[in-house]
Design a protein around this ligand. Structure first.
Ligand code: APR
Length: 245
């Protein structure tokens, strides 16, 4: 990695009144969680996003989609947050109110590392919710077990609480992320290909508002062109020193 860029970004971080961090699947890679778009090991190299990450895909093959999310839940239960998640959590604890953590990840690893008020733009894979608007008979804790579980009263099906393609992001969280992107002095974009909007737009928002943008990624990303500096390294190897006092 270019040491000058590292030093520059570290100075920005130290001087910033407010920092926004946008993370993606890459920050969890060193915990052993596959990313989506890696050509060999990424989820989208094994299954199609149309099948596994759309409402239409779930309606067409509910068991297959449910079982895939269950497989991912099981995988996540066996991994731990890494030094990248931990460095962000420690910084947040040491500098309350200076850092807003925005993530596209649904894996809960930021929270397990000790981060609070994480703006999870794409939901939570461990959450269950109803496919159809729930009726009075729909009680998640009483759902009949199955693949997927369903309501005994009306057969409504349970789905994972993630944001699928074509769905809206949780508006309060997206608004808060947008505000943080506008007001931050520095945005760190960590471990995302920058291919999915509206999350990727946040880096553009920061740049347009006059803030600095730094990308941390071992490989080229779609947001490199928006960044004032690109750090070619991994989250777990760079974040601890970047965020240390
Ligand atoms: N440290 C930092 N970055 C890494 C590391 C690492 N150790 N390993 C891989 N990366 C980078 C890759 O180079 C890639 O740019 O992480 C990025 C992961 O990109 P994607 O797999 O596309 O994941 P992400 O950008 O989070 O995807 C966004 O797409 O399908 C959806 O909903 C899903 O939230 C996800 C969204």
């Amino acid at each position: 990695m270019d040491g000058t860029s590292f030093d520059t970004v570290k100075t920005w971080v130290q001087q910033a009144h407010h920092i926004a961090v946008l993370t993606g699947a890459g920050i969890s890679a060193e915990s052993g969680v596959p990313t989506f778009r890696d050509a060999q090991t990424g989820y989208w190299a094994q299954v199609s996003p149309e099948d596994m990450a759309t409402e239409a895909g779930f309606r067409a093959h509910p068991q297959r989609v449910w079982d895939w999310y269950q497989y991912r839940r099981d995988l996540l239960a066996g991994v731990l947050p890494n030094a990248g998640h931990q460095a962000l959590a420690v910084f947040q604890q040491q500098h309350p109110d200076r850092l807003t953590l925005i993530t596209q990840n649904v894996d809960g690893l930021h929270q397990r590392a000790g981060s609070s008020a994480v703006l999870c733009l794409h939901g939570d894979i461990f959450e269950d919710r109803w496919l159809e608007p729930p009726r009075e008979c729909c009680r998640i804790d009483h759902a009949v077990p199955g693949h997927p579980p369903h309501c005994a009263g009306c057969c409504n099906r349970v789905r994972p609480g993630v944001v699928w393609f074509g769905e809206s992001l949780p508006s309060a969280k997206l608004d808060a992320a947008q505000c943080a992107a506008e007001r931050c002095d520095v945005m760190l974009v960590v471990g995302t290909a920058g291919a999915v909007y509206p999350a990727a737009r946040l880096a553009h928002v920061t740049r347009a508002a006059g803030g600095r943008v730094a990308v941390l990624n071992p490989s080229p990303s779609a947001l490199d062109g928006v960044a004032h500096r690109v750090l070619r390294g991994t989250a777990a190897s760079v974040l601890p020193s970047l965020l240390a006092d």
